[in-house]
Design a binder for this molecule. Structure first.
Ligand code: TEU
Length: 543
């Protein structure tokens, strides 16, 4: 796509609408809450806001179980509210990206209700994946496929058939071989594009196409690990199949009907070389790169992540993307606060006590990682609250948990609620300014106010001000999509890069200080010593 496409080097801020701002005080964030905070996002300096799903939903999976793709959950607002939000965003110079969930609907979607009410073999059932079971009485599931959230991926209905759900049983998978399904999503893309939405984030993009030939192929009863368990040749029966790309080529034609063309970013948990295929110019244009979420705090490993991502993106004609956190993973302040190799599921089960996180270290590294990420060519996706340096809320009481992962694993995995706790806007008050009244849908910890926007606003060394400074400088200094490394020889503990405009970023991963490189210091992630760059710090320079 053209180098001037806005999204190629954009900073996109992810809003998880339930947890961002609650205008009506029912404890659940809403669209009017988002609108009221758009000036905050403009001042922060991001280019776009991506909203996780706000469609009608029973919230069996936080809204990723969609009842109706072309409406708004009444608890979150109305279509008029969304129109007003988009208009206000545009007035402030912000783009709006919405989430599309094409792998599955909710079980309350009219099509699924119709499927349940229709006989086996009917056209209504063909929009989903219904199959007879195995065994003499069909009481065994049609294949050994497992749900990504634990348990099997099949649920039986009263007439004896089974339906497929790669996530919760409230999220039946669509049959993408069905032309009505294909057509309906094109209608949805046009529906939001016509309303002025600038782009789409495509949920589980690698899951849509499936090999549904009879009999279904067993996979050994394990859900494949996203990055190691999915073969690179498109041969897995339900993830990352070649046929999925036809779907996205069709989508691109629709997105290109608009001026400017609508952007899209694929969520595809697959290896680098496969992921960028979704980002080809005649497909979605971008795909999330989650390698920084997985990378340990290590200069050589981060170096490899950056090089691999840039070369894979360039080979596909895509721009690179960078993600440190999102609504699915433990917040990076906490990840960086833990010893390497910590099992995060076990850590959460211990309510964040074993091992004890070193949050000072976590925040120091997070700030350094942020400046490094924001110095890289490509788009950065920032998750709400990371600009406040929020750590994971690891000790949420079990009775407050809502993530289906907690229920489906029968308490073996606390799930993702700890990164979804409603945002603290103020130092105090009932919900730290999240809403005018009402209990937030997840409890906020007592220390939340200390990290609030109010507590950090105008405070020179706060994380919020670091993000503001960094985003302003990034805008000013942004170069083309190339990157030049400035180290000689092997990377051991520092990463030094230069952008085409002469802007440099230098990160010291080691705990000990190193000499500060020559040049005018533009910004640093922490205090600088005399001629020294302290440990775990990034500095931006210009010569
Ligand atoms: O996530 C897809 C997905 O595969 C995730 O489950 C991811 O692998 C995992 O969370 C990493 O810890 C998307 C959405 O981002 C997620 O919130 C939804 O639950 C899921 O799809 C189902 O729609």
């Amino acid at each position: 796509r053209a180098a001037e496409d806005w999204w190629r080097q954009a900073v996109v801020y992810q809003v998880y609408p339930r947890s961002f701002a609650d205008a009506d005080g029912d404890g659940l964030g809403d669209i009017r809450g988002v609108t009221s905070r758009l000036p905050y996002l403009r001042d922060l300096g991001v280019d776009a806001v991506w909203l996780s799903p706000f469609y009608p939903s029973a919230l069996a999976d936080g809204g990723y179980d969609v009842d109706d793709y072309r409406d708004v959950d009444p608890r979150l607002g109305t279509l008029d509210d969304v129109d007003a939000m988009v208009a206000e965003a545009h007035r402030l110079g912000l783009k709006v990206v919405v989430d599309i969930v094409p792998n599955h609907s909710s079980d309350r979607h009219v099509w699924f209700q119709e499927a349940l009410a229709s006989p086996p073999g009917s056209p209504a059932r063909d929009r989903y994946v219904f199959r007879d079971g195995r065994g003499p009485d069909g009481s065994e599931p049609p294949s050994d496929w497992m749900s990504h959230f634990g348990g099997r991926a099949w649920t039986r209905v009263p007439d004896g058939q089974w339906y497929l759900h790669l996530f919760t049983r409230e999220q039946p998978d669509f049959n993408w071989d069905n032309p009505e399904v294909r057509e309906d999503f094109l209608t949805t893309l046009r529906f939001w594009s016509d309303r002025g939405v600038d782009g789409f984030r495509v949920d589980v993009a690698h899951g849509l196409a499936k090999d549904l030939s009879h009999p279904l192929r067993d996979v050994g009863g394990v859900h494949p690990d996203a990055l190691t368990g999915i073969p690179l040749d498109g041969s897995h029966p339900y993830f990352d199949r070649e046929e999925v790309h036809e779907i996205f080529r069709e989508w691109r034609e629709v997105l290109d009907e608009y001026d400017p063309p609508r952007s899209a970013v694929a969520e595809a948990w697959v290896a680098n070389s496969r992921r960028v295929l979704y980002a080809r110019p005649d497909e979605l244009g971008q795909a999330f790169n989650f390698e920084l979420v997985r990378a340990p705090w290590s200069a050589p490993q981060v170096h490899v992540v950056i090089d691999d991502a840039l070369s894979a993106a360039a080979a596909a004609g895509a721009s690179a993307t960078w993600v440190l956190s999102n609504h699915d993973v433990v917040r990076h302040v906490s990840r960086y606060a833990l010893p390497p190799g910590t099992d995060l599921v076990r850590w959460l089960l211990s309510d964040g006590t074993e091992p004890e996180p070193d949050l000072e270290q976590g925040l120091r590294r997070a700030r350094a990682a942020t400046l490094l990420m924001l110095a890289l060519p490509g788009s950065a996706y920032v998750y709400q609250g990371e600009e406040l340096g929020l750590p994971e809320v690891a000790d949420l009481p079990r009775e407050s948990l809502q993530d289906p992962i907690w229920f489906r694993t029968e308490g073996a995995d606390k799930g993702r609620d700890g990164c979804r706790v409603p945002i603290p806007w103020e130092k105090g008050g009932a919900s730290f300014g999240f809403g005018p009244s009402g209990e937030p849908w997840l409890p906020q910890p007592a220390w939340y106010g200390d990290l609030s926007v109010e507590a950090q606003d105008g405070v020179a060394d706060s994380t919020l001000e670091l993000y503001r400074d960094a985003l302003r400088l990034r805008r000013e200094l942004q170069g083309d999509e190339s990157l030049e490394w400035l180290h000689d020889g092997d990377v051991a503990t520092t990463l030094h890069l230069r952008r085409s405009t002469g802007w440099e970023s230098f990160t010291n991963f080691a705990p000990e200080p190193v000499p500060l490189p020559d040049g005018e210091v533009l910004l640093a992630s922490g205090p600088l010593g005399d001629g020294e760059l302290p440990g775990e710090t990034t500095v931006w320079l210009r010569r």
